[in-house]
Design a binder for this molecule. Structure first.
Ligand SMILES: NC(=O)c1ccc[n+]([C@@H]2O[C@H](COP(=O)([O-])OP(=O)(O)OC[C@H]3O[C@@H](n4cnc5c(N)ncnc54)[C@H](OP(=O)(O)O)[C@@H]3O)[C@@H](O)[C@H]2O)c1
Length: 241
């Protein structure tokens, strides 16, 4: 059966760019599993561009959704790449306003889901002796921005999980790394008001928001480089300096 590269949140800006970049590098040697939740139109349009790819619909805020994703992939082949990209950053609540419901939804999608997908896909990869997992973190794992307390906590914990899985899965032939994008032009950042965008831009050494293709390039490097394990690569134009 074919090797599969799974991209969660392929219907979003960064996920679509990662899926396209992997497909280009794989030159038909690997099938892309394109996961989406609500935006079927974007996922279908992407799939039409990538021959051999297939769509998986799942809400990754739930255990059923995670199980559905795994079983849909296993029906088609053996997972070799997992990109934990699906994520949410809203609601934006100042620290003294955080809500339990926001805690649940942000932690479920951004932390619980990658944790258990790493466990379940990691078992499959370890049993075949090879695989690559990449988690999409954020510059906000290490930076205070009002309204991002829960998002920050979810991504900081995701980076620690990345390192732990890298240490435990490395000996089984599976590498685990992360990318930490800065501000990238996607639906997630589209609603930032111009006044705040200006302030953010002033903190970016390269002067502006990045494009999803830059994150995808870093992901491809982490897939290809056989001696990087447990790393978190910033893709932020120097904003974290
Ligand atoms: N854009 C940035 O500046 C930036 C910076 C740092 C890190 N990131 C991270 O990069 C990743 C991708 O973000 P993006 O900018 O590409 O955002 P986006 O365009 O809003 O895409 C988010 C993706 O996550 C999926 N998703 C959301 N909730 C889900 C759920 N409950 N179950 C399953 N899938 C769900 C969405 O699926 P549907 O649309 O189909 O519902 C969509 O495919 C996220 O992890 C984000 O935290 C982004």
């Amino acid at each position: 059966m074919a090797d599969i590269a799974v991209v969660t949140g392929a219907s979003g800006g960064i996920g679509a760019a990662i899926a396209k970049a992997i497909a280009e590098k794989a030159e038909g040697q690997m099938r892309l599993a394109l996961h989406y939740r609500g935006n079927r139109g974007a996922a279908e349009a992407l799939s039409a561009e990538l021959p051999g790819s297939f769509l998986i619909h799942a809400d990754l805020g739930s255990d059923e959704g995670r199980k559905a994703l795994l079983s849909a992939v296993l029906k088609e082949g053996s997972p070799y790449i997992l990109i934990n990209n699906a994520g949410i950053d809203k609601p934006h609540e100042p620290a003294l306003m955080i809500q339990e419901s926001s805690f649940d939804s942000i932690i479920d999608v951004n932390l619980r889901t990658p944790a258990f997908l790493m466990r379940d896909f990691g078992k499959e990869m370890a049993s075949s002796g090879s695989g690559v997992i990449i988690n999409v973190s954020s510059i906000l794992a290490r930076k205070a921005l009002i309204g991002s307390a829960l998002y920050r906590a979810s991504k900081a914990a995701l980076e620690e999980l990345t390192k732990q899985f890298a240490a435990e899965l490395g000996p089984r032939g599976v590498r685990v790394n992360a990318v930490a994008p800065g501000f990238i032009e996607t639906a997630m950042t589209a609603s930032i008001p111009e006044e705040i965008r200006g302030k953010i831009r002033s903190e970016i050494a390269l002067g502006g928001f990045g494009n999803p293709g830059a994150v995808a390039q870093a992901v491809c490097h982490l897939i290809e480089n056989e001696y990087i394990n447990g790393a978190v690569i910033p893709v932020d134009g120097g904003m974290s300096l």
